[in-house]
Design a protein around this ligand. Sequence first.
Ligand SMILES: *[C@@H]1O[C@H](CO)[C@@H](O)[C@H](O)[C@H]1NC(C)=O
Ligand SMILES: *[C@@H]1O[C@H](CO)[C@@H](O)[C@H](O)[C@H]1NC(C)=O
Ligand SMILES: *[C@@H]1O[C@H](CO)[C@@H](O)[C@H](O)[C@H]1NC(C)=O
Ligand SMILES: *[C@@H]1O[C@H](CO)[C@@H](O)[C@H](O)[C@H]1NC(C)=O
Ligand SMILES: *[C@@H]1O[C@H](CO)[C@@H](O)[C@H](O)[C@H]1NC(C)=O
Ligand SMILES: *[C@@H]1O[C@H](CO)[C@@H](O)[C@H](O)[C@H]1NC(C)=O
Ligand SMILES: *[C@@H]1O[C@H](CO)[C@@H](O)[C@H](O)[C@H]1NC(C)=O
Ligand SMILES: *[C@@H]1O[C@H](CO)[C@@H](O)[C@H](O)[C@H]1NC(C)=O
Ligand SMILES: [Cu+2]
Length: 354
Amino acid sequence: MASGGSFLSWLIFVFVGILGFISFPAEAAVKKYQFDIQVKNVSRLCHAKPIVTVNGRFPGPTIYVREDDRVMINVTNYAQYNMSIHWHGLKQYRNGWADGPAYITQCPIQTRSSYTYDFNVTGQRGTLWWHAHILWLRATVYGAIVIMPKQGTLYPFPQPKMEVPILLGEWWNSDVEEVEKQGTQMGLPPNMSDAHTINGKPGPLFPCSDKHTFTMEVESGKTYLLRIINAALNDELFFGIAGHNMTVVEVDAVYTKPFTTQTILIAPGQTTNVLVQANQVPGRYFMATRAFMDAPLPIDNRTATAILQYKGIPNTVLPSLPQLPAYNDTKFALGYSQKLRSLNTPLFPANVPS
Ligand SMILES: *[C@@H]1O[C@H](CO)[C@@H](O)[C@H](O)[C@H]1NC(C)=O
Ligand SMILES: *[C@@H]1O[C@H](CO)[C@@H](O)[C@H](O)[C@H]1NC(C)=O
Ligand SMILES: *[C@@H]1O[C@H](CO)[C@@H](O)[C@H](O)[C@H]1NC(C)=O
Ligand SMILES: *[C@@H]1O[C@H](CO)[C@@H](O)[C@H](O)[C@H]1NC(C)=O
Ligand SMILES: *[C@@H]1O[C@H](CO)[C@@H](O)[C@H](O)[C@H]1NC(C)=O
Ligand SMILES: *[C@@H]1O[C@H](CO)[C@@H](O)[C@H](O)[C@H]1NC(C)=O
Ligand SMILES: *[C@@H]1O[C@H](CO)[C@@H](O)[C@H](O)[C@H]1NC(C)=O
Ligand SMILES: *[C@@H]1O[C@H](CO)[C@@H](O)[C@H](O)[C@H]1NC(C)=O
Ligand SMILES: [Cu+2]
């Protein structure tokens, strides 16, 4: 038997439902992309070499979709390698064949052939990424995937002024396939990378790299969302911004209980969304990334940098470096992982202790 009270809530429920339908019909779109796999000469650290790219870009293009969209990506392979592309972290509900690992869900796309990946993005929103899934080609063939929340749905955190993908990677001066082949032949770990990179660029602390520096301009008082992706082949990475805290709000396309930190730790393959407030004295501040390694293994321990630059500040102002934990700071690593919790709200429930 319905009481008056529950009838009223039913009425409100219907009204809100109709309102929702009128103001934001859940219309799934089809997003189409053309990915041309092309070899391109690129120079970093005073060394030029041909690398495999998507559309000649390094890192490759960002895929923007909305939850429930259908995505069709026509991959045409002009490189000498047969290859495939994996949509890392996407839950391929009912389209498992589009997942992409070569020889697992498909044969590689042969040189001068095309294949169209066709999948629906359901039950997920946030930052993920794509990469080549054969040999070591993912060293240069990678890019961001941004899944916006459904139409009319806001983020469960303050809406940022701007969103910026931050792809952390590794660069070898030698051909990456040669590096891997040599390691395998000698039964040794492959040579470590010559630099880490932020959006494909190592930053001004490396030789010949002043023009290979990623700069992000910010306005005082505004909040920014960084979509950080660890696209390194092997290294767990610390990431921080001098003078600025970060608020972690999402990991691997799952909203988290927000927490504030000076440094994040991110494993290869992982993504982390953070909010950054431009609330410091206007200037230039380094963003920096360096490896975490607490086992006695040789590792590329150099620091890659990018610049957070307040509007109107000249390029001549010297930036300062953030203090990152020691490369072997296990205590920080464990403490950081302990802080990660699902958001677990009525809208985004999770079956975990709160
Ligand atoms: C890259 O540079 C080399 C040597 O300068 C040249 O032979 C080659 O054709 C170039 N390749 C591409 C794809 O531009
Ligand atoms: C994919 O791209 C190739 C090269 O541009 C083109 O020939 C082919 O028709 C495209 N396939 C689809 C399904 O659009
Ligand atoms: C690509 O695949 C074709 C067909 O299997 C094969 O003949 C060719 O050798 C492969 N190319 C490379 C570079 O492995
Ligand atoms: C994706 O969704 C559309 C619309 O619901 C449907 O027609 C299509 O078959 C779906 N694709 C896959 C691969 O499930
Ligand atoms: C790996 O490093 C060794 C030692 O520095 C060097 O001799 C070798 O040429 C490197 N291999 C490649 C493929 O760059
Ligand atoms: C960063 O967060 C710490 C701890 O919450 C706080 O003590 C510090 O003042 C904050 N720094 C900035 C620059 O906001
Ligand atoms: C970084 O690694 C190099 C070579 O493995 C080593 O010589 C150097 O001492 C290391 N630097 C730091 C700060 O750990
Ligand atoms: C970290 O490495 C330094 C040397 O680089 C060493 O002195 C220190 O004991 C190490 N810390 C831990 C916790 O292993
Ligand atoms: Cu992956």
